[in-house]
Design a protein around this ligand. Sequence first.
Ligand SMILES: [Zn+2]
Ligand SMILES: [Zn+2]
Length: 175
Amino acid sequence: MTIDISNILGEEKGVVSNFKGEVSYKDTVYQGDKISFSNPIEVNGNLSKGRDCLYIMINIRGNITIPCSRCAGEFSHEIDLSFTEEFKDIDDVVGEEELDVYTYQGTKIKLDRIIFEQILLNMPIKRLCKIDCMGLCPKCGIDLNEQKCNCDRDDDIDIRLLELKKLLPSKDREV
Ligand SMILES: [Zn+2]
Ligand SMILES: [Zn+2]
């Protein structure tokens, strides 16, 4: 998705103009997990003129499909994010300390990459299909949300409790 900044460039500081559109991505792999973009991401935003830069405020909404960290089942994850980025004219960026700012050249700014970065940055750390997902049996691999198995899994203890148990000092483990 590309926005035209030719109008706002000629404006006074503080002038705001709105834009909207959508952006589509190919499925990708992030931290070993497949992310599916089955539908386009909806983009609403505005451009505002700063003293020597442009501010772009963006809200993105949509759904992606990601695998559950416990049971590997795919589930839909809702995205509703707002962020602001500052863009400078590439000809005004001189110092090395400014190398990490976003730049524009000419009268168009392509938003695909910065939106993609925000989606990845805001991926949930724990990706669970549901808060109480039982996960897979570590012994036989059965999906414990759907079936039970007869494996000896430390008294059928929940994985979360198991993680918690590891953190506790050993004298408290006899509870
Ligand atoms: Zn799950
Ligand atoms: Zn099992």
